[in-house]
Design a protein around this ligand. Sequence first.
Ligand SMILES: Cc1cc2nc3c(=O)[nH]c(=O)nc-3n(C[C@H](O)[C@H](O)[C@H](O)COP(=O)(O)OP(=O)(O)OC[C@H]3O[C@@H](n4cnc5c(N)ncnc54)[C@H](O)[C@@H]3O)c2cc1C
Length: 498
Amino acid sequence: MAYDVTIIGAGHNGLVTAAYLAKSGLKTLVLERREVVGGGAELDHVTGPFSQQIATDLNLKIEFITPKVRVLALSDDGRSICIYNNDVESTVKEIEKISAKDAKIYPEFVESFSRIGRVLAPLLSMTPPSIDQPAKSDVWQLGKVGLAFRKLGKKDEYRLLRWGPMAVADLVNEWFETELLRATVASRGIHGAFAGPWSAGTSLGLLWQAALDGSAIGPSTSVKGGMGALAKALADAATSAGAEIRTAAEVVRIEDGKVILRNGEAIEARAVVSNADPHTTFLKLVDPVELDPNFLSKMRNYRAQGTVAKINLTLSGLPEFRGVDDPAKLSGRIHIGPEIDYLERAFDASKYGEFSREPYLDIAMRAPNVMSIHVQFAPYKLREGDWDTRGEEFANVVIDRLSVYAPNLRDLIVAAQVITPRDLEETYGLSGGHIHHGEQSLDQFFTFRPLIGWAQYRTPLKRLYLCGAGTHPGGGITGLPGANAAREIARDFKAGKV
Ligand SMILES: Cc1cc2nc3c(=O)[nH]c(=O)nc-3n(C[C@H](O)[C@H](O)[C@H](O)COP(=O)(O)OP(=O)(O)OC[C@H]3O[C@@H](n4cnc5c(N)ncnc54)[C@H](O)[C@@H]3O)c2cc1C
């Protein structure tokens, strides 16, 4: 057999898996349907952040940039709050402009999430334990997390237990009185999700973000040279370890260790690893007769209906945002979604198959003068018309909304690129247009991701594994699903199971 492993997809997780497996001595081939590598990462304006451990292990030639500002939150009345990275004092001064009470409690909010994040962090790089047959190592790992939990102290212990299932709106209402601050913090819980701030379980997003980088608030770390530089560094790491990468090589069928490409070519390996999302993998690439009907039915019910669209505006200059006194405050993300109810109403529209007239926008200014806009809510399925005919109308809604905050924006637009949920599916291979390969809700999380019983990167097909964002610990540019999957696959090879 020419290869030990074929990996379907050169998204950042597929490349991480390839690099680790090739380093461990396995002959690895990556097959990517697009002409370029990196997958969805090219649409992103920040990293998850990417795991420092993986960057070190793979000796990545890359520089991460964490700007002073984490997020600048704008309000319709021209007020704003700037939240800084690792600078509580400056953030408190900003919040004081609006609420002395919120400014006073903010340091405790930061410290509590940071302590809780440290307890949860080891879960990110572990394989979720099997519910039916937990291994000794699972019990040991979870025991260590349990011990750290006991050291948190009663107050944080109770908080952690209570927060997970809560609606994020309730959580932020308990901490803060200012709507702008509440909505900015809460937005992490609904980012990329088919959920509004009043949906149960949305606090989970804040806990997960704290596990990733110690803060509950969405990150602003990017990559020097853009996400393309990260994809290139990962591809270089994989190829210099001996992996082969083929682009324009779409897999159309997986058959017991064999993959069939669109051109009819068949490639056999001891194992196949799919970086494609779970719906693509099991509902499009595997013949349904190969799967147990129970598994198939659960997979069909795996929730992966996208709600995000992306707009990139090329501008002739930096827009002037009302009430923003210092352009340096635009160095992180810009949040538009000033109230909890605003965010909930934005979600309401998508529930009924319509895009929001007043959407939640998460923006980053990227050189040279590109405004990268993540738009929620834009449902994959529209009740009236379709994305081919309504793209321009949608872009105008977003630009009109933005103009409330940056009145000179329209005059600066040189070009606009609109990427709808349909484009996410057709061009980027994201089934249902879901940016995280499936909802990251309590029922599709950790030991349940993608499905209960199948959270260890293995699948009901003995020679097929998963390594993408549809596995633990989920979406975002972290590299963690890819690294965790590689560990399990290498273990099976070592044990002679494949
Ligand atoms: C619009 C948008 C904005 C986002 N913003 C951010 C952000 O700012 N920060 C952040 O951290 N995350 C963001 N995300 C999420 C992030 O991009 C994903 O979580 C991440 O890309 C998942 O990586 P992955 O490697 O698991 O999968 P993907 O990046 O989806 O890669 C899967 C790869 O498999 C390939 N593939 C699929 N099917 C086949 C096939 N049949 N044959 C061969 N190849 C195939 C695809 O072409 C793709 O290259 C965003 C996502 C989107 C869509």
